[in-house]
Design a protein around this ligand. Structure first.
Ligand SMILES: *Cc1c(COP(=O)(O)O)cnc(C)c1O
Length: 385
C-alpha cells in the first residue's frame, strides 16, 4: 500500500491529451467590439464593461486584461467573488459590484477597493454603519419600475436621511436598470427613464447628487439612449450574440465553440438514434457522434433541433442530446470524415440562434457553456493600446 503511494508520488499524474471540445475566444474581436461601442457613446459618456458570470462564460480575467482606463471607465460584476477574482489577477481598474452584498461582504469589498452598487435601504444601512469608520464608495440603485433591486420612490425619504447623516459615504453614482430596453416599441423604457429623472430630482432637492449617472444596458446603448456624460453598462453586446451593424462599426461574435467528429457510422433506413429513439433514419444515413453534451452546456432542448457546421456546411443534430454526446446527420456532406472539426457555435451559428431554438436568450447560451469546456484565447498581433 505504502509503496504504491510512493510510486504514484514519484511520477507526475499523466495529463490526458486535450479533449477536442473547446471554446476559442477572439480577443482582437473583443477589443474591436469595445471600441465600436465606445464610439457609439455621446459626448463625455463612458463605457462600463459588465463582466459578470465570468464574462458571460468568455472568461472575465482574460477580457478584463484587454481593458484600460482610456477604453472603459470601470468594470461591473454581479458578485463580490467575481471582483476578488479580477483583483487577484492583477486588474487595477475601478470595479463595481452590482450586488446585493451582505454586511460581511461590504467590508471585503472595501478591502479590495471595490465600489458597491447599493440596491436597497437595508443594504444602505449596513454600508452607512461601515462608513462611520472608513470612506465607502457607492453607486445607489433606484427601482424605476422593474420591481427587483433598487430603492423604491417611497423609500427615498429613508435613503435621504441615511445619506445626509453619513459624511464618509461617497456617492459616486446613481443608477437604474431597464426591464424592456430590447423592445424599442415598448413605452415602459420611457416611463422608467421618466421615473429615474423624477427620483434624481427629489434627491437633488434634498442636496443629494452624484457625479455619475447610468441606466443603459447593451440594448439601450445600441438604441442610442445613453445621455452625454453618463455611463453605459454594457455586457452582452461586448460578446456579440450575433453580428450587429451599428453606426460606429460592426459588432462581431467573439466566441467559437468547436469539437470534432469522434465516430462516423453508416446506418440503414429505419434505424433509431439516441435515447428515447426520438429519431429514425429515413434513408441510409451517415451519423456522426460528437464528444459534447448537455454536461458541457449544449442544451438538451437542442435535441433534433439545431444545426452544427461541418466543412462550412450545416448538418442537423439528430436524436437526443445526451450528457456527453451529440449525434448529427452528415449524409449530405459525403466528404465528412472522423476527426473533422465541427462548429457548435460561431462562424454564423449565433448564440441568438441557439437561444431561440432552446427557448432561452443568447446570454444563457453563453453562460451555460460549462467549466469542463476549456477556453482558449486568440490574441491579436498588436497589444491593445
Ligand atoms: C447585466 C447587467 C447589465 C448589462 O446588461 P447587458 O444586457 O449585458 O448589457 C447592466 N446593468 C445591470 C444592473 C446588470 O445586471
Amino acid at each position: 500500500m505504502s509503496t504504491q503511494r510512493e510510486s504514484r508520488q514519484s511520477r507526475p499524474t499523466p495529463q490526458p491529451p486535450l479533449r477536442p471540445t473547446y471554446v476559442e475566444v477572439d480577443l482582437g474581436r473583443f477589443d474591436h467590439n469595445v471600441d465600436v461601442i465606445a464610439r457609439l457613446l455621446p459626448e463625455g459618456a463612458r463605457l462600463v464593461a459588465v463582466l459578470k458570470a465570468d464574462g458571460g462564460g468568455h472568461g472575465a480575467v482574460e477580457l478584463a486584461k484587454r481593458l484600460t482606463l482610456d477604453r472603459v471607465a470601470m468594470i461591473a460584476l454581479a458578485l463580490i467573488e467575481e471582483a476578488i477574482e479580477l483583483r487577484r489577477a492583477g486588474i487595477a481598474l475601478p470595479l463595481l459590484v452590482l450586488g446585493p452584498l451582505s454586511k460581511e461582504q461590504i467590508s471585503i469589498a472595501l478591502d479590495n477597493d471595490v465600489a458597491i452598487g447599493v440596491v436597497g435601504p437595508e443594504e444602505l444601512e449596513h454600508v452607512c454603519a461601515v462608513a462611520r469608520e472608513r470612506e465607502v464608495i457607492i453607486h445607489l440603485k433606484l427601482d424605476t419600475g422593474m420591481g427587483r433591486m433598487g430603492v423604491l420612490e417611497s423609500e427615498l425619504p429613508r435613503v435621504i436621511e441615511l445619506v445626509r447623516a453619513t459624511p464618509r459615504l461617497r456617492l459616486d453614482g446613481i443608477y437604474t436598470h431597464l426591464a424592456n430596453a430590447d423592445d424599442a416599441t415598448d413605452p415602459f423604457t420611457e416611463m422608467q427613464i421618466a421615473n429615474y429623472d423624477r427620483m434624481l430630482a427629489t434627491l437633488r432637492e434634498h442636496g443629494i447628487e452624484a457625479p455619475l449617472h447610468h441606466f443603459a444596458n447593451s440594448a439601450a446603448t445600441l438604441r442610442g439612449l445613453v445621455r452625454p456624460g453618463d455611463f453605459a453598462r454594457v455586457g452582452l453586446a461586448l460578446y456579440g450574440p450575433r453580428r450587429i451593424e451599428t453606426a460606429a462599426g460592426v459588432i462581431e461574435p467573439i466566441l467559437r465553440w468547436r469539437t470534432e467528429i469522434m465516430r462516423l457510422k453508416e446506418l440503414p433506413a429505419g434505424h433509431a438514434v439516441g435515447y428515447g429513439t426520438t429519431f429514425h433514419t429515413k434513408r441510409p444515413s451517415r451519423i456522426a457522434t460528437l464528444p459534447v453534451g448537455y454536461a458541457d452546456g449544449y442544451s438538451r432542448l437542442l435535441s433534433n433541433n439545431a444545426d452544427v457546421l461541418v466543412r462550412g456546411r450545416r448538418a442537423p443534430v439528430v436524436g437526443r442530446v445526451s450528457m456527453d454526446l451529440v449525434t448529427i446527420d452528415v449524409t449530405d456532406i459525403p466528404e465528412a470524415v472522423a476527426g473533422d472539426e465541427v462548429v457548435l457555435l460561431g462562424d454564423g451559428i449565433t448564440a441568438e440562434e441557439l437561444g431561440q431554438r432552446s427557448q432561452t436568450i443568447s446570454y444563457e447560451v453563453f453562460c451555460r457553456i460549462s467549466a469542463r469546456v476549456p477556453r482558449f484565447y486568440r490574441r491579436p498581433a498588436r497589444p491593445a493600446t
